[in-house]
Design a protein around this ligand. Sequence first.
Ligand SMILES: Cc1ncc(COP(=O)(O)O)c(C=O)c1O
Length: 359
Amino acid sequence: MSPPSMLGNRKDGSEIAVAENYADINWDELGFSLVPTDYMYVMKCAKGDKFSQGSIVPFGNIEISPSAGILNYGQGLFEGLKAHRTEDGHVLLFRPDENAQRMKRGADRLCMPSPSPGQFVNAVKQIVIANKRWVPPPGKGSLYIRPLLIGTGALLGVAPAPEYTFLIYCSPVGSYQKGALNLKVEDKLYRAISGCGGTGGIKSVTNYAPVYTAMADAKANGFSDVLFLDSATGKHIEEASACNVFVLKDNAISTPAIDGTILPGITRKSIIDIAIDLGYQVMERSVSVEEMLGADEMFCTGTAVVVNSVASVTYKETRVDYKTGPATLSSKLRKTLVGIQTGCLEDKKSWTVRVDSTI
Ligand SMILES: Cc1ncc(COP(=O)(O)O)c(C=O)c1O
C-alpha cells in the first residue's frame, strides 16, 4: 500500500497526511467488510476527567489490559456514519452531530465520559482528511466511519473503568445488503427489554452479540435478517438487527416509536422528515404484527442499509410478500436521501457537513 501523497496542517500546526489521489483498490468490488485504511484517531481520558487532546496515528492493533472494562464488563459504545465524495470532488458527512449526541447519551447511560459534540465532529473530519484517498469515487460507495468509546482502564470488580479511549477507524464500503430483504420474525429471543431503563436505545456494544443466535438461525434458513418483537407482549414489531423498520398502508407510514428499546436511528429520523416533505402522513407508534402483515410496503433504514425494501416477512408459518422495485416509496425515499448525502440534491435542511482538506 503506497503512503498518502500530500501533507496538510492541522490548527495546532502539526502535520497531517492528506491524500488527494485514490487508494489502489478495485472500487467496483467493495462490499461491507473491513478494508484497513492508513490512519485512525485516538483520544484518551481518565475517569472523572474530560477528553482534551487526541491524535491521528497509523491504523493498527491497540494494546489493552486483559482486565480492561470493555473486555470484562462490556463498557463500550460504537457509532457509524458515512462520508461521500461528490461529483465536484468534495467530501460530505451526513449529520455527524447526531452521532455525537447519540454517543453522549449512551456514555451517560454507561457511566463513561464522552467527547463533546465539537470534539467528536472535529475528530471525524480529521479521520476523513487523513484517509481521503479511501473515500470511494462518486457512485462507487462511501467511507464508513466507526467511532468507538470504550473503557480501556484495568479493574477487577464490577465498576466503571478508570480510563477511556475514544477511537475512530474507517473503511471504504459498498452495499450492505444485496437486493430486497426477506425477514424472519423472531418470537423467542428478544433484542432489548421493554420499557424504560434498558439499553436498547443506545449503541452499546452489548446489544449486538445477543442477536447472533437468531440471525444465524434465520440466515441458515435462507432469510436476510431477523425482525425483533417487543419483549413485554411479543405482539409489536421493534427493529431488525441493525436497522429500523417502516410500514406503508395507503398514504400513511408507520414506524415503531422510540421508547427506550429501539435505536433512534439517524436515517430513521431523516426519512421521517423526507416522507413528510413528500406529503406522507408519518406516525411513530406501536405497530402490531398483524398490521405489518397487512401493509402495502415495508422497508428498513440505517446508515449501512440506507433504505432497503423488505420483499417478504415470515411470522411463524405465515409468509407475506410486499411490493419491491423502482416504483416503491422505499426506492423514492432512498433516491432522495442518497441524493442529499452525495450532494446531487439540494440540502435544504443543512444535514451535510463538508470536510475541507485542512481543519
Ligand atoms: C440496532 C440498530 N437499529 C437501527 C440502526 C440505524 O441507525 P442509523 O440510522 O443511525 O444508522 C442501527 C445502526 O446503527 C442499529 O444498530
